[in-house]
Design a protein. Structure first.
Length: 375
């Protein structure tokens, strides 16, 4: 059945233009909504770390119970998310096919608001609630990276930012490295004395053709799709070439091992050919895996059971704010809100799942509250 308040809020926020680094308009709306519910709202300086126009929003409401719970979503969306015209067909919301839908992550924001409205009107005792809306998630987890997690009282939380049916939780995700190599060769006339040159383009190809990549094992992958050379003429031996790509693994040791292998491999090939080499390795985010016995999973199970929602705890394929928070000691898992095919023009949201994700947000807060004691 249609839940008018959630549906109207969903359309309002989907049609509020936003992008990574351009979250000011949606942030203003969300701050207003939080204040209306009685939250104290502050913004940080996270936008400055990546050229964005505003920071992360933190809304806090003190409770009568000892304990604090974090509920988080991101305010930005992937590109092609401006001027969205949502279309509903048979209980599923789509864009008109020319843009994304931005259910990732507007549906997560709306689920949190519905959960808050429900628990605040229930009159039941509550813990301190910390609602966090981040910036720049899609373009590189910038808001999360700029977060000092010691500002939260919560030690655990739920990130409403995962695809799939309601009841799906993401309890592990891979870590990610950006890797690159710049090869310096030596220019020489290609016709007169090619033997005096050092061909950086060929060395790059040698490096790549003998580099282990693709599927490396069940939990580790690598991909190097970006290649370039400094050459603009065919009559000079190439003196500069570069390539870059990524490595991912759910296992932190295997990720570290691959990065070390990548460096050693490139150095060996460059040395053999007498070429110069500059390597680039940037840790984008670390993997996480939250065990089933962890409280954050147990609460999720109990909350789903109270609503009769079947639940599953699965691995996600990409990075999310939870990667950063977990690496910093704040235990968080992803919560699905009913969308699929996110980041594409075919993105869709199953409205029944979306409405239930609002009930789930309330049940997560209530189940957490039952474990707290009065102050
Ligand atoms: Zn997202």
């Amino acid at each position: 059945m249609k839940q008018e308040t959630m549906y109207a809020e969903l359309l309002e926020l989907i049609t509020t233009d936003a992008a990574s680094g351009k979250e000011a308009a949606i942030a203003r709306r969300l701050a207003g909504k939080l204040e209306k519910l009685g939250f104290t709202v502050t913004a940080d300086q996270a936008g400055e770390t990546f050229g964005g126009e505003c920071g992360n929003l933190l809304g806090v409401q003190e409770g009568t119970l000892d304990g604090a719970l974090l509920l988080c979503s991101h305010m930005d969306r992937v590109p092609n998310g401006l001027g969205i015209r949502p279309v509903e067909r048979d209980g599923i919301l789509y864009s008109d096919g020319t843009t994304i839908l931005a259910a990732d992550d507007v549906s997560g924001i709306c689920a949190i608001f519905e959960g808050l409205r429900r628990v605040l009107t229930s009159g039941k005792p509550l813990p301190r609630l910390e609602v966090y809306f981040t910036v720049g998630e899609e373009s590189g987890l910038y808001g999360a990276k700029a977060t000092d997690v010691s500002r939260f009282h919560a030690r655990l939380g739920y990130i409403f930012d995962s695809p799939g049916r309601v009841g799906r939780f993401v309890t592990s995700a891979p870590g990610h490295y950006h890797l690159g190599a710049e090869i310096t060769g030596l220019a020489a006339h290609a016709g007169n004395e090619p033997e005096k040159g050092i061909d950086a383009a060929k060395i790059m190809c040698d490096m790549l053709s003998s580099l282990k990549q693709g599927r490396l094992d069940a939990v580790t992958t690598a991909n190097f799709p970006i290649l370039s050379t400094g050459s603009t003429a065919t009559n000079v031996v190439c003196d500069a070439a570069a390539f870059s790509g990524e490595a991912r693994s759910r296992d932190p040791q295997r990720l570290a091992d691959y990065v070390a292998y990548f460096e050693a491999h490139c150095q060996k090939v460059a040395e053999k050919c007498g070429a110069g080499l500059k390597l680039e390795k940037i840790e984008s985010f670390l993997p996480f895996r939250i065990p089933e016995e962890d409280e954050v999973v147990q609460i999720a199970k109990a909350a789903c059971a109270s609503l009769g929602i079947p639940c599953s705890f699965e691995s996600g394929g990409g990075g999310m704010d939870a990667n950063i928070f977990n690496a910093r000691g704040l235990t968080t898992i992803g919560v699905a809100t009913g969308y699929t095919k996110n980041h594409t023009k075919s993105e869709q949201l199953v409205l029944e799942d979306f409405y239930r994700s609002g009930e789930l947000a309330a049940a997560l807060i209530e189940t957490f509250a039952e474990r707290c004691v009065a102050k």
